[in-house]
Design a protein around this ligand. Sequence first.
Ligand SMILES: Cc1cc2nc3c(=O)[nH]c(=O)nc-3n(C[C@H](O)[C@H](O)[C@H](O)COP(=O)(O)O)c2cc1C
Length: 170
Amino acid sequence: MIKTIIYTSQTGFTKKYARLLALETGATAFELGKAPGKVKRDEPVVYMGWLKAGRLMGLSRAMKEHRIAAVCVVGMGPQRQGGSQAQGVQRMYHLDAVPVFYLQGGYDGAKLKGMNRFMMRCMTKLTAPKLEKKKDRTAEEEDMLTLLRHGGDRVDKKNLASVLAWMKER
Ligand SMILES: Cc1cc2nc3c(=O)[nH]c(=O)nc-3n(C[C@H](O)[C@H](O)[C@H](O)COP(=O)(O)O)c2cc1C
């Protein structure tokens, strides 16, 4: 069983998943860079990070400092469509032999600063009006619009089912 989870979180959703996963498995969750001396270099860990325009924050550093056994990608996109975002991360970081899971986090624009705030403002300006104009929005599109306009927390223990099953097999 994997005993350690390493995570990076900017607005708290990935941290929430890391704590939930730790609670479910008995593992210990550490923020990336905050576990010096506590985690051996060759110890297998689950890495959890948040998605920023297709890149997984902290993963490059985590790959240098830890033995990554599995990766959880946390984004604001719908859970059901997260497979392609997970595959994108798997390809980008050459994680051929490492399972990559997707978890829908949430969106909290008020906690963003600097370039991240600017990027999401641009994204909202581009995407939200298009979604608002669309008459036959799917449930996922409706939820994305709500997230972009008002923010929201979509962290759900149910979304951990696949990574939990994988961890239990180890
Ligand atoms: C600049 C920026 C780019 C983002 N790009 C994506 C993206 O490509 N796909 C996605 O699903 N979510 C994207 N998000 C949303 C975050 O991944 C999401 O809010 C996540 O839950 C944040 O996790 P955290 O609270 O642990 O920081 C982006 C957020 C920011 C600020």
